[in-house]
Write a protein that binds this ligand. Structure first.
Ligand code: NAD
Length: 261
């Protein structure tokens, strides 16, 4: 249990990749702050399960990360209950699929706020304690869309290129502080986020569900297989270890060969 005594905040961890990362960190003894939306009873089941796995504490925050003041309150509450954040995983994200000239303005604002600006706030609030301790890990969930684009996903692509840039900038600022800052760029991972965009893609491109799965999603992925949440979580966990202390400012692809093409 190499993370015993550390505290981790994983944003967007009630589902998908974030839940797998929170589970992996708790499995190594970390106290975990869970965040995201969902069914209250199910979230409580997850929270209690994390405590059982870690032998430590797990706290749930329902903070809406599109609001700076909610992020500030979550960070303060977490620090008070579990101590300062040692491991920050900026993972919460959302998607909407539409051509740029049809893109709802409110959706643009939401995607940029959640996928990019929220990480600015959590990082600026978590860093002082990490620097003071001389140890910290920041892992951002970017995407293959931090490196390449797809049509009808302009704000998502912009936000993910943005978080990759933020990762590099903060890595340089913290390079001598014992803090590493990296992003993981998955290809298509089978989660509710992917499942939910199938209907919009069907509409935007006039395709059937099967065509979207095979000709749009897995078309980009040379392995023709979805990435799993556990594979992403294993890489995030590795980045938290001492073996990864020299990895900073990296954008680590886990995309079945997508961005090699
Ligand atoms: P998901 O929809 O399963 O999970 C998203 C999480 O974010 C949930 O816990 C949800 O409650 C939370 N969330 C949503 N809005 C929020 C808000 N306003 N405030 C706080 N939390 C909020 O999605 P996922 O596929 O696990 O995606 C996680 C991250 O991985 C995202 O940043 C996404 O862009 C990225 N990603 C996903 C894939 C994929 O194929 N699934 C690929 C590359 C990158």
């Amino acid at each position: 249990m190499f993370l015993k005594g550390k505290t981790a905040l994983v944003t967007g961890s009630t589902s998908g990749i974030g839940l797998a990362v929170a589970t992996a960190l708790a499995g190594q003894g970390a106290n975990v702050v869970l965040n995201g939306f969902g069914d209250a009873a199910e979230i409580e089941r997850i929270r209690a399960g994390l405590e059982q796995a870690s032998g430590g504490r797990a706290l749930y925050s329902d903070a809406d990360l599109t609001r700076a003041e909610a992020i500030e309150a979550m960070m303060a509450e977490a620090a008070q209950a579990l101590g300062p954040i040692d491991i920050l995983v900026n993972n919460a994200g959302t998607q909407h699929v539409a051509p740029i000239d049809d893109f709802p303005v409110a959706k643009w604002d939401l995607i940029i706020a959640l996928n990019l600006t929220a990480a600015f706030h959590t990082i600026r609030l978590a860093l002082p304690a990490m620097k003071a301790k001389g140890w910290g890990r920041i892992v951002n969930t970017a995407s293959a869309h931090s490196l390449v684009a797809s049509p009808n996903k302009a704000p998502y692509v912009a936000s993910k290129h943005g978080i990759a840039g933020l990762t590099k900038a903060v890595a340089l600022e913290t390079a001598q502080a014992g803090v590493t800052v990296n992003c993981i760029s998955p290809g298509y991972v089978w989660t509710p986020l992917v499942e939910n965009q199938i209907p919009d893609t069907m509409k935007a491109r006039g395709l059937t569900r099967e065509q979207v799965m095979n000709d749009v999603l897995l078309a980009a992925q040379p392995t023709k297989r979805f990435v799993t949440v556990d594979q992403v979580a294993a890489l995030a966990l590795f980045l938290c270890g001492e073996e990864a202390a020299a990895i900073t400012g990296a954008n680590l692809s886990m995309d079945g060969g997508w961005t090699a093409a």
